[in-house]
Design a binder for this molecule. Structure first.
Ligand code: NAD
Length: 368
C-alpha cells in the first residue's frame, strides 16, 4: 500500500525541520516496507510571495486528496502587516477549515532523559504519555450570540455563548475512543456538568457513545477544575483526555508545560472518518511556530516535527510499531546526550538540526 503525503514546509524553520522529516520518511520506506508518494507545496508567507495568497486552491486540492498532510510552520515579521486574509497564518486556518479538522490531538510525552527539565518533580513526569483530544471547531469560541454592547446607562456588556450539539459531542467522543483503542484503552471525559448545561449534555452524549460503540474502553468523567489539578498532581493517572474547545485550549497548554521545550511538541488535527472508505482528513504539525530568531542557522530542534510524523504513522496509517520505533529512536538519542539549543543541559552534546537527525537515523538503524 502506498500512502499519499503532502508536505507543506512553510516558512522560517518549517523547511529546515521538514527536510529532516523527509530523510526519516526515506528511512522508513527503505527499511520498513512502507511506501510513500510524496508531494510538496507552498503555504504561508512563501505562498504569498509566490502566488499572492497564503493558500492556493491547487494546494488545497492536493491537501484534500492526500492521506495525510505534514505541515512545518508559517509566519514571520515580514508578513505581519499584511491585510488579515493575506497573512501567513491564514494558510493554516484555511487548511483546518476546508478539511473540517474538528479534533485536535496534543500528546504530552516526557522522555526520561528530559525529566529534569520539567517544572514538576522528575518522579511525577517520568514516563508520562498522555493525549489530549480537544474539540476544535465548536463551543464558546464560535457560539452565537457573541459581542460587546453598550447598555442604556452607558456601561458595557459582553457575551460569549457556549454551545454544543449532540452531533458535535458524539463525533469528538468517537475520535477519542478510537484513539484510546490504539493506546491504553482509557478515556477521561472532561467538562463542568456541575454548573453548565453544555457540560451535562457533553457527559451524557460521551457516555452514550461509550455504551453503544466502545464498551471495551474504560471511561471516567472528570470536572475540568479537577482535571487541571490532576495534571500537576498525578498526570500519569490520565491517558486519553477528551474535552471541549475552551477547556482543551487551557489543559493542553498546561500539559505541554509538563514536558519541557516547545521544540519537542507534536500535534495532529483530524476530520471526520468517511464511514464507507474509512478515510479521515489529517494534518500533523509541530506545536512551535516559524522561530524567525533562529531560522536559517541549522539550529532548530527537528524532534517536534519528527514526533508529528510518528503520530501520522500511528493514527493515519495504523503503523503503531513504526511510530514506536521512531519515538524510541528519539528517546535513545536524548539518553545518549544529544541536545539542540532549546533543550541543552550542562555536560550534554550540542547538536544542530541535521546532527540531531543523523543521530536519530543511526538509532533507527540500530533498532532495526
Ligand atoms: P515560535 O514557536 O516560532 O518561537 C518561540 C521560541 O521558541 C523562539 O525563541 C524560538 O526560537 C523557539 N523555538 C520554537 N521552535 C523551536 C525549535 N523547533 N527548536 C528550537 N527552538 C525553537 O513562536 P513565536 O516566536 O511566537 O512566533 C514566530 C512566528 O511563528 C510568528 O509569525 C507566529 O505567528 C508564527 N507561528 C506559527 C505557528 C504555526 O505555524 N503553527 C504557531 C505559532 C506561531
Amino acid at each position: 500500500m502506498t500512502y499519499n503525503l503532502l508536505l507543506l514546509p512553510g516558512d522560517g524553520i518549517g523547511p529546515e525541520v521538514m527536510i529532516e522529516t523527509r530523510r526519516v520518511l526515506g528511512w522508513f520506506s527503505q527499511n520498513r516496507n512502507l511506501s510513500f508518494a510524496i508531494e510538496e507545496d507552498l503555504v504561508g508567507g512563501i505562498s504569498y510571495e509566490t502566488h499572492g495568497v497564503p493558500a492556493t486552491d491547487q494546494m488545497m486540492a492536493k491537501a484534500k486528496a492526500a492521506d495525510a498532510v505534514l505541515f512545518g510552520a508559517v509566519g514571520g515579521p515580514q508578513w505581519d502587516k499584511l491585510p488579515f486574509e493575506k497573512r501567513a497564518e491564514r494558510g493554516l486556518l484555511r487548511l483546518r477549515k476546508d478539511l473540517e479538522l474538528f479534533a485536535n490531538l496534543r500528546p504530552a510525552l516526557c522522555f526520561d532523559a528530559l525529566k529534569d527539565a520539567s517544572s514538576l518533580k522528575p518522579e511525577i513526569v517520568s514516563g508520562l504519555d498522555l493525549l489530549i483530544v480537544r474539540e476544535l471547531t465548536g463551543g464558546v469560541y464560535f457560539g452565537e450570540p457573541r459581542g460587546i454592547s453598550t447598555l442604556g446607562d452607558g456601561s458595557r456588556r459582553a457575551v460569549d455563548t457556549q454551545v454544543y450539539t449532540t452531533g458535535e459531542v458524539q463525533r469528538i467522543a468517537r475520535v477519542a475512543f478510537e484513539l484510546a483503542r490504539l493506546r491504553g484503552k482509557k478515556v477521561a471525559s472532561v467538562e463542568k456538568s456541575n454548573v453548565m448545561h453544555t457540560g451535562i449534555l457533553w457527559r451524557e452524549e460521551v457516555q452514550k457513545v461509550h455504551d453503544t460503540e466502545f464498551p471495551d474502553v474504560a471511561l471516567t468523567h472528570i470536572l475540568a477544575d479537577n482535571c487541571a489539578m490532576q495534571l500537576v498532581r498525578n498526570p500519569k493517572s490520565l491517558d486519553v483526555i477528551v474535552t471541549d474547545n475552551l477547556f482543551g485550549d487551557i489543559l493542553s497548554d498546561e500539559a505541554a508545560q509538563l514536558t519541557g521545550s516547545i521544540g519537542m511538541l507534536p500535534s495532529a488535527s483530524l476530520g471526520a472518518k468517511d464511514p464507507k472508505t474509512g478515510r479521515q482528513p489529517a494534518l500533523y504539525e509541530p506545536v512551535h511556530g516559524s522561530a524567525p530568531d533562529i531560522a536559517g542557522q541549522g539550529l532548530a530542534n527537528p524532534i517536534a516535527c519528527l514526533l508529528s510524523l510518528a503520530m501520522c504513522l500511528r493514527y493515519s496509517f495504523q503503523r503503531v510499531e513504526d511510530a514506536r520505533l521512531l519515538e524510541q529512536a528519539v528517546e535513545h538519542v536524548l539518553a545518549e546526550g544529544y541536545r539542540t539549543g532549546d533543550i541543552m543541559q550542562p555536560g550534554m552534546t550540542k547538536a544542530g538540526t541535521a546532527e540531531m537527525t543523523n543521530a536519530i537515523l543511526k538509532a533507527l538503524d540500530k533498532a532495526a
